[in-house]
Design a protein. Structure first.
Length: 140
């Protein structure tokens, strides 16, 4: 292990804990109270159903996505199969982002800007997760 790797090694579990706990908490909220997320996701779920067999109950699909975030977030935070959990989280965040933050369809400037920020925040989160997927905890 190089000096740089040895010095930076403690950052890996901290990064996983910070990232994973965020998904765990957000997923837990959606799992407990899917609320308006179900209506908001209906069009995206309908489009996905054209190519992937999903249950007919949209709330069940939203809760299933939330469950992936809870499990994936916990696994990532605890360092259990971190690459797989990060990949699962990235895959769950894609439809979440499309369903919730299509800012270009919004006419009100203030609402559009807020949704644009949320969209790009989610894109950054997906990017971070993809870096975790590519992470090699034991570099040569």
């Amino acid at each position: 292990m190089t000096t740089t790797s040895r010095v930076l090694a403690p950052l890996r579990p901290a990064a996983r804990m910070l990232t994973g706990s965020t998904y765990f908490l957000l997923g837990l909220d959606a799992l407990r109270q899917p609320g308006g997320r179900v209506d908001q996701a209906a069009a995206v779920i309908g489009a996905i159903r054209k190519v992937v067999p999903l249950p007919d109950d949209d709330e069940l699909v939203v809760r299933g996505n939330a469950a992936v975030q809870v499990a994936g977030g916990a696994m990532l935070a605890l360092g259990i199969a971190p690459r797989l959990s990060a990949l699962a989280l990235a895959c769950s965040l894609i439809p979440t982002t499309i369903a919730g933050h299509l800012y270009w369809n919004i006419e009100d400037p203030a609402t559009r800007k807020a949704q644009q920020i949320q969209f790009h925040k989610n894109m950054a989160m997906i990017g971070g997760l993809l870096l975790a997927v590519l992470d090699d905890p034991n570099p040569i």
